[in-house]
Design a protein around this ligand. Structure first.
Ligand SMILES: Nc1ncnc2c1ncn2[C@@H]1O[C@H](COP(=O)(O)OP(=O)(O)OP(=O)(O)O)[C@@H](O)[C@H]1O
Length: 904
């Protein structure tokens, strides 16, 4: 029992223990299941989070890379804009403000990104600013074409040199690309290429051949490498010395500071070379070191070059194997060479532009700032800029005691007139009219100086201009008149100088500060017309010129003589003393003889340039200047109006003498000044306008004295009628009504209308023709011989006096009137249709001619006038349309040329 009881107890305990154990096992199971579940869940979550994170990172990476590639492409665009980087299919010449890097191919980036289109387009905010980890939309792949392409660029112009190695064909294409892009990014002619291609004799640059015609491309022969290198080294030396001159470190810097580019880029293309000598090698190294600062660049293929600063190495190879040293290890895919069509067309275009010359510079560049005009004093000199020299410095021209006068030469069309405009404009803007006066004469046909005077379209004038003569090619007397006038002014100045005991203008001005002593600049364009021929006009002109040139220098009178060709002007070269005074010489392209004999600078001048030489043309004094365009009407009138508005109130317009214009009596100052008076003792008959610096009328005075008749000689009806009408109208203007008697006799049908018109203009004027002229003559002859004094003057105007009817009786009466009338205040103003016919009226060959005290000859040759001209000779007169020769015994030593007034 005990045992049983013991067993059963033990059993019970065992069962309990089992139960506990089973419970514990179940609990443990449960725990294990829960833990397992939790692990699985956590793992799933983690991997989801990881996936998300990875996706984010990939997306961020792609976007950043794309943005960076975009930024790189944009930077490349900026570094290589336009023609420097544009693909060939859309390529065109685009001159840039500064040198750019040049595209040779594209960089192959390590992982081609697939950016989101909006992101790559977006420039701001910078992709750098975005924190990593920010969720991004997944990148979408784009078609290949839209991927930002990052070009491979190499610097050349203003930076350094390029050495190309590798595949020959690809290297040639690459060199062609570089050169064309360099040409296309600069102004025509600013990149000059020298080719050295001993293997293919220029074949490597064949496409550029059109440039050779314009001198933009030259070739050095196989043996000429030393000369080529020497030449380039020479340029570097010269540019360092003269152009940079210690002031700038490089042309690039000079350009950045001054905005000027005085030298072209010179690119030497060396395509293969034999072994270089030590000297050649050192020249090459010198260029590689120092050339770029002076715009001398080398493009080398087939020649070993050590790496160095500023030297870019390109390895030409197909596919992805090309490399550009500047881009590190990145593979480069090279562009194909330029299409032949593009290459040839571009080269032609550049050659044409170079041949056409540089674009003109604006007149503005010579003028002081607006508001700064008229600030200079002309006491010592007149100085003005005329433009820039090719080296970029401003070229100034001075007129003073030395050099006092200028000689300008340039064949037609080379810009002589333009040069004069530019010079006068630059002077006029600096010196006020009180400091400077211009007298301008143009012997060429045309009206080039007319712009300085008021015209119908533009009422303004250049305030400094006192006289403008245009279309004076047949009126050489006008040139003479100007020289005489200047001679008078010279005397006035010399007298004043003597009075003040001074020797030149600067001193005179200091002694006489209140006086008006402007410097005078007298310009005579095509002055050879004045000096041509061996007549009296030429002789007097040369004498006057010589005197003016010699003495004018110290009195502030400066002569500027211009001509298409000074070489043949005998009157000039025959007088070495005269030529020597013209020490300022200005030669336009191809001008002959204006510079010294050995000085050929004008032969090679480009268009719109001039050689200015202040030392009588000695080569050492040459200054080349690029002349701005001053011919443009708009630019000119802007300047003229600006100065015109500033003119002093008392300054009137200049005298304009236009040889093509018939003057009008109503506008003659002398005619307008005539007033009627009681009984003028010396009535004035005006005859026409003199060819003079002032608009003066020629006149003859019909006082009571023998010989005071006027004869008009010649067959030209209109001119003869014009002279008679002028005389009659001017006489009539001096008398009260009834103060004088006028009779018009018309004996020529052709003059009828003019005679009638005159008759109608003069009140109470008698009219006679062949029917009743006998009455008048009878009356007049009686009057002329009467014993009683005449109560008033009587002017008889006879049209065609040689046609007088009435035979001998009438002729005698006329002779009596001519001989005796003037003393009785009876004056004949007659027109004879020839000098011989007048002689007949006076009584034939042996008769005296003194009843004709004054005459006006039209188409009558000088020699026929001898009998009416005192002394042995005949006046120098070759008839020309609407001009007449006037002579008045009582006042003239020689005859003067006049212009009849028009009939209106
Ligand atoms: N520096 C310049 N820049 C731009 N154009 C110019 C320049 N010089 C001259 N020209 C132009 O060239 C042409 C000829 O110039 P210009 O009339 O001055 O020559 P010229 O030598 O006086 O000829 P000509 O004796 O036949 O009158 C004009 O159309 C003028 O506008």
């Amino acid at each position: 029992m005990e045992i049983r009881a013991g067993l059963s107890h033990a059993l019970g305990a065992a069962q309990t223990a089992l139960q506990h154990a089973q419970q514990a096992a179940a609990a443990a199971d449960e725990h294990r299941r829960r833990v397992t579940d939790a692990v699985t869940g956590r793992r799933r979550k983690l991997s989801a989070a990881r996936d998300q994170r990875i996706a984010d990172i990939v997306s961020w990476h792609d976007t950043e890379l794309a943005a960076l590639a975009g930024a790189a492409a944009a930077a490349a665009d900026r570094a290589a804009p336009g023609a420097a980087g544009e693909p060939w299919h859309s390529w065109e010449v685009t001159p840039l403000a500064k040198a750019a890097e040049l595209r040779v191919g594209r960089l192959l980036l390590p992982e081609a990104p697939h950016p989101h289109p909006e992101r790559t387009q977006r420039a701001e905010p910078s992709p750098w600013a975005t924190a990593p980890g920010t969720p991004r939309e997944p990148a979408e792949p784009l078609p290949d074409d839209d991927q930002p392409e990052v070009p491979a660029l190499v610097p050349l112009l203003d930076h350094g040199h390029v050495v190309v190695g590798g595949d020959d064909r690809l290297a040639d294409e690459l060199v062609a690309s570089l050169l064309l892009r360099a040409l296309g990014t600069s102004a025509a002619g600013m990149v000059q290429i020298v080719g050295y291609d001993p293997e293919h004799l220029g074949g490597g640059l064949a496409g550029f051949a059109p440039l050779a015609t314009a001198g933009v491309l030259t070739f050095a022969g196989p043996s000429e490498l030393p000369a080529l290198l020497e030449d380039m080294v020479g340029h570097v030396r010269r540019i360092n010395e003269k152009v940079l001159a210690g002031e700038y470190a490089s042309l690039r810097e000079l350009h950045a500071v001054t905005k000027r580019r005085p030298e072209p880029w010179r690119v030497a293309v060396l395509l293969g070379a034999p072994e270089l000598s030590r000297h050649e090698r050192s020249q090459l190294d010198r260029l590689l070191r120092t050339g770029a600062a002076c715009g001398v660049h080398l493009v080398i293929h087939g020649l070993a070059v050590e790496p160095g600063p500023g030297i870019e190495f390109v390895h030409a190879a197909p596919g992805d194997d090309a490399r550009v040293a500047g881009a590190g290890d990145l593979p480069v895919r090279l562009d194909p060479g330029p299409p032949p069509g593009v290459l040839t067309a571009t080269c032609r275009q550049i050659a044409e532009a170079v041949a056409a010359g540089p674009a003109p510079v604006a007149l503005e560049s010579l003028l002081p700032e607006a508001g700064q005009e008229w600030q200079e004093s002309a006491a010592a000199a007149l100085t003005a800029p005329l433009g820039d020299s090719p080296q970029g410095s401003t070229v100034r021209v001075t007129l003073s005691d030395y050099p006092p006068h200028a000689l300008i030469a340039g064949p037609s069309g080379t810009g002589k007139t333009n040069f004069i405009y530019a010079w006068l404009g630059a002077l006029a803007a600096r010196y006020s009219p009180a400091e400077l006066a211009f007298y301008l004469l143009d012997f060429k046909e045309g009206v080039s100086f007319a712009r300085f005077a008021p015209g119908r379209r533009d009422p303004s004038w250049m305030p400094h201009v006192r006289l403008v003569g245009v279309n004076v090619n047949t009126d050489r007397e006008f040139g003479l008149a100007l020289l005489r006038f200047l001679g008078g002014e010279l005397r006035r100045r010399a007298d004043a100088a003597k009075q003040h005991e001074v020797t030149n203008l600067a001193e005179l001005r200091a002694e006489d500060p209140e006086g008006s002593w402007p410097r005078i600049v007298a310009v005579v364009d095509e002055f050879q017309v004045l000096l041509s021929g061996r007549d009296a006009v030429a002789a007097e002109a040369v004498d006057l010129l010589e005197d003016l040139a010699r003495r004018g220098r110290s009195q502030g009178i400066h002569l500027v003589l211009a001509s298409q060709d000074v070489s043949g002007i005998e009157a000039l070269w025959g007088r070495p003393a005269l030529v020597a005074q013209f020490s300022l010489r200005i030669a336009l392209p191809k001008a002959r003889r204006v510079l010294a004999e050995q000085n050929n600078a004008a032969d090679t001048l480009p268009r719109y340039h001039a050689v200015v030489n202040a030392d009588s043309g000695a080569a050492s004094a040459n200054q080349v200047v690029r002349v701005p365009a001053a011919g443009d009407r708009d630019q000119w009138s802007a300047l003229q109006h600006r100065l015109w508005r500033k003119r002093p109130a008392e300054l009137g317009p200049p005298r304009l003498f236009d040889g093509d214009v018939v003057p009008r009596l109503a506008e003659s100052p002398d005619f307008r000044a005539l007033r009627p008076s009681e009984s003028p003792a010396a009535p004035i008959a005006l005859l026409g306008e003199t060819i003079d610096v002032t608009a003066r009328s020629a006149r003859t005075v019909l006082r009571r004295a023998p010989g005071r008749n006027l004869a008009v000689l010649g067959t030209r009806v209109d001119e003869a009628c014009a002279v008679l009408a002028t005389a009659a109208r001017s006489l009539a203007a001096q008398f009260e009504p009834d103060g004088a008697r006028f009779s018009v006799v018309c004996l020529d049908q052709d003059a009828q209308a003019a005679a009638e018109a005159l008759h109608a203009r003069i009140p109470e004027c008698g009219w006679y023709d062949s029917e009743n002229v006998d009455w008048l003559l009878e009356d007049a002859a009686a009057e002329a011989t009467a014993a009683w004094p005449a109560d008033r003057p009587h002017f008889i105007l006879i049209y065609a006096a040689d046609a007088l009817p009435g035979g001998k009786a009438a002729a005698d009466q006329l002779r009596t009137v001519l001989r005796q009338g003037p003393e009785r205040r009876l004056h004949v103003l007659g027109w004879w249709r020839g000098a011989g016919l007048l002689r007949d009226s006076l009584g034939g060959h042996a008769s005296r001619t003194d009843p004709i005290g004054a005459w006006v000859a039209l188409d009558v040759h000088g020699s026929e006038l001898a009998p009416f001209y005192p002394g042995a000779g005949a006046p120098n007169w070759y008839p020309r349309p609407w001009r007449a020769l006037h002579f008045d015994r009582s006042v003239h030593r020689g005859a003067e040329v006049i212009i009849p007034y028009g009939t209106s």
